[in-house]
Design a protein around this ligand. Sequence first.
Ligand code: NZQ
Ligand code: ZN
Length: 391
Amino acid sequence: MENFTFYSPTYFVFGKDEENNTGKYVKRFGGSRVLIHYGGGSAVRSGLLDRVKVSLEAEGISWVELGGVKPNPRSGLVYEGIELCRKEKVDFVLAVGGGSSIDSSKAIAAGAVYDGDFWDYYQGKMVEKALPIGTVLTIAAAGSEGSPDSVITKEDGMLKRGGHGEALRPAFSILNPALTQTLPAYQTACGITDIMAHLFERYFTNTQDVEVTDRVIEGLLSTMIHEAPRVMENPDDYQARANIMWAGMMAHNNCCGVGRVQDWASHDMEHELSAIYDCAHGAGLAVVFPAWMSYTMEHDVMRFAQLAVRVWGCPMDFAHPEVTARAGIEALRRFLRSIGMPENFAGLGAREEDIEKMAHTTCYGNGRDGHIGGFVPLGEEELKEIYRLMV
Ligand code: NZQ
Ligand code: ZN
């Protein structure tokens, strides 16, 4: 295991009806004038937004609101939010929604107290200061409710980039699994896929002796495999939703990524797909991950075989561990198919003729040096081959 520091100060509030306490937590974490930031309308239709407003009013907290965050959130609305915060003297940003609303809120919170262009933070500058952020989560997926990250797409050039900094960790996050019961099945499945992808990105490492995090990741993956069919069959299954929601947080606040080098090439490849075709992030990962696994398996067959045995229950073929490793990848494909995820470019609306461009941007965009991936470093030619496996 490698040296690490781990500081995850977000105050999590988990369970039924907890959104009615939002005002109390905003007050506890210093907010008196709030920007409520939300998406395309699901929180309005469900009545959630009204309940949140009532809870703010009960604490004497005033608010302004800005809706309209799109999945794969755009920089245009971030600039609008920053202006609004400054004009209205906002001192707290409250995201009501999924990863997109939270990420857009984080960008606004950082930009509102920065003299330069907020986009600097999405080109490598660390976020050191931001307004405090709270979240009321409505989808288990991105893990942004506990992460120090935010992903924004700049309309000019459709560049999808990540911003980072401990100041972006929410002060509090309210996780009521019942709020996710209104999700369309496709979005539930995209979320499940993203959560599993966050675990795979950490699992595939060259760091030795990381038994504790290996086992935590395997436990979380097994949980997802167990809970996913339950929730796909019965979207109102509160307990299944609860397990998935907490797994989503644990998968990405980095408690299971500490002390080990992580990979993240698949996320980098996916961000090109969702930047260009505006597909759901989880759907893109469902296409990328099996292809990436097939391509990189030879690098450490025993790690792939270990995952196949411990998580997918494949029998270990000691004479031919690559058979076991491959069976694990096939089990992942079958699982993703069973929850309705796409399997190839066609399912994402992606085009083969864009492969060269995507491979180039993935390697060199965002100041990268031509290689991505901490497990198997991949250059432009390798990325082209992996993208071709998705066609
Ligand atoms: O906009 P509304 O109307 O709310 O609809 C959303 C949206 O269409 C809908 N939805 C959310 N909760 C709902 C609901 N519909 C009905 N009932 C509910 N309870 O679901 C759709 C997807 O929402 P979105 O917020 O986009 O989902 P997700 O949480 O998957 O976020 C995706 C974004 O997060 C980024 C992705 O790249 C993508 O841009 N990520 C952020 C990360 C981070 N900050 O740490 C890490 C991730 O790897 C990821 O890259
Ligand atoms: Zn993700």
